[in-house]
Design a protein around this ligand. Sequence first.
Ligand SMILES: [Zn+2]
Ligand SMILES: [Zn+2]
Length: 317
Amino acid sequence: MIVKFWGVRGSTPTPLSPAEFQVKIKKLLTLSNKVDLSNDEKVDNFLNNLPLSIRSIYGGNTPCVSVEADDTFIILDMGSGARPLGNELMQKPHYQNGGTFHVFLSHTHWDHIQGLPFFSPIYNPKFKLIFYSPFADIKQRLAFQQQEAFFPAKLEDIPCEKEFRIIKDQKIINIDDNLKVEWKRMVHPGDSFSYKITHNNKSMVYATDAEFYKIDEAFMEEVSHLWKGAELLIFDAQYTPEEYINKISWGHSSTIMSVDIALQSESKRLVLFHHEPAYSDELIENTLSRAEEYLATIAPDSSLKIIPAYEGLVFEI
Ligand SMILES: [Zn+2]
Ligand SMILES: [Zn+2]
């Protein structure tokens, strides 16, 4: 499986502001003072050794992750990150004659569906989107966002082929012989759903908009059993531990809670996801360091890797 991140920010799209851009540039110029940058290679070398928060951005698009498994293309959520994903797909020779995308939406809060009207393949009849959801009214929910008052093109009028598969009575979805998806309801206002994708016996979990606080033991056991040994756990780590205290019951977890569930489920890699829109790139890195310290304190022998999600991040599983 190839897993790629197109949108990693929670709640609302968060473009870098001009002031934030200037701060980055200033830091970069200060650090480059007295560094030999006389050719391209030296410039690349200098940049590659800087933290991502200085040389680049984590990104402001809302959730969208693609998963390619052999010939099957899965899209997890269609936040504003679905726009650049759609544009790239349209450029690929593989899709010149159209194609089918399997879409699993965690839920229908805006930040997880707002990219759908801007996903360019939907305006071409050669493409097909299959939406899988435990929400029985998923079609109506998506159509609602494209009512005339909100968007000029109605969902029913867009030319791609659309299919809606309600999976509320089906815990395991076999997309093909070697590829299955299992869902689990998460604790989140209005509900959200996590998805575990298994391909050739290797699995990854996408669990965003999930609050793991005062979780009853039976639920925790069920979740850690279902997710056990995942190669990749993409988890809602919206808040710092301090901020979380003021955001209890908002439906999101903290970085510390995400380390706990990664350890409990014996996941191999934890991706911190759904970054708080108010957080700077430096704060995301600072939160990562604290999550790593916490891991080293409670599980010093653990080989768990923690990676903060950023746009363009790719994993091969
Ligand atoms: Zn969200
Ligand atoms: Zn939500």
